[in-house]
Write a protein that binds this ligand. Structure first.
Ligand code: ADP
Ligand code: MG
Length: 283
């Protein structure tokens, strides 16, 4: 277990956040933001991929992240669920510091098991669906709730059936992933993440590997999820989705957030030249 003193200098995990009102979110409080990221830095070797990212996501908010390839969007999402460890800065999800627990004046990295439990409250959907190929759709959905939480099989199966109905795949419950289209597999992946009853969903380019005719069904499922009040962070270049569904669009470039605002402002009337150049390229 790593002990991180909380009085480190500015390039280490921050203990004196820039915004004092954000420094002590109440655990699980209905009013605290769902995500607070403060001065997040991440390097791979000499490559500084995140150079001080600050972002707050309110409960029920849908934030779409756009930006050029290599700008750090995926790395940032992976830091939110501790698939990557931040080098400096700090992230809270639902009032808890991601990957660490505070004891006295020190932060201690959580055990693998505790990290798995924390991560289970954060659903993640990737470009490639990563379903277990040797398991049926149902088993893909119930595996993690049973393994991580020891959930009762009948109870979690009932939940899985409801979720598969919501994503339009109730009839595929016994199918194997190889018998499904890419769009169907991605909807199973969304249902699988939801089966853990997450409080936050992260999507990393969920439709970019799909044939164009399959994109709409996946976006429709995500739109329903947003309408149900789920807090979502979505990396996507589907600008129609961003304009319809996002509360806020955030533009990343070279490891920083360059611009952030309501979708119509950022997409139709960007304030920064870098955003304009990028948007011309994706349109
Ligand atoms: P984006 O999602 O915006 O395209 P990424 O976060 O995937 O950007 O990548 C940002 C930079 O970090 C890229 O230069 C990429 O090569 C690098 N990178 C990402 N993950 C790793 C890793 N595990 N090891 C080394 N470099 C990485
Ligand atoms: Mg990416």
């Amino acid at each position: 277990m790593t002990a991180v003193p909380t009085d480190r200098p500015a390039d280490q995990p921050a203990d004196r956040p820039a915004d004092p009102t954000a420094s002590q979110p109440t655990v699980g409080s209905a009013k605290s933001p769902m995500v607070i990221a403060e001065r997040v830095h991440k390097k791979f070797g000499l490559n500084e991929v995140l150079k001080g990212v600050d972002l707050t996501i309110d409960r029920g908010e849908v934030v779409v992240m756009i930006g050029p390839s290599g700008s750090g969007k995926s790395t940032f999402l992976r830091c939110i669920n501790h698939l990557e460890r931040v080098d400096a800065g700090r992230i809270w999800v639902d009032g808890q510091v991601v990957g660490y627990e505070q004891r006295g004046h020190h932060l201690h990295e959580l055990s693998e098991r505790a990290i798995a439990r924390q991560r289970a409250h954060i659903g993640m959907v990737f470009q490639h669906f990563n379903l277990f190929p040797h398991m049926t759709v149902l088993d893909n959905l119930i595996e993690a709730p049973r393994r991580v939480f020891g959930a009762d099989r009948e109870e979690v199966t009932a939940r899985a059936e409801v979720l598969l109905g919501k994503v339009g795949l109730r009839d595929k419950i016994k199918a194997y992933p190889r018998h499904l289209s890419g769009g169907q597999q991605q909807r199973v992946a969304i249902a699988r993440a939801l089966c853990l009853q997450p409080s936050l969903m992260l999507f990393d380019e969920p439709t970019s590997a799909l044939d164009p005719e399959l994109v709409g069904d996946v976006l429709a499922v995500m739109k329903d999820l947003a309408a149900s009040g789920m807090t979502m962070a979505v990396v996507t270049h589907e600008m129609g989705f961003a304009r319809d569904v996002a509360d806020r669009v955030v533009f990343f470039d070279s490891g920083v957030i360059v611009e952030s605002g309501p979708p119509d402002q950022v997409i139709l009337n960007p304030q920064h030249e870098r955003t304009r150049v990028f948007l011309r390229a994706v349109r």
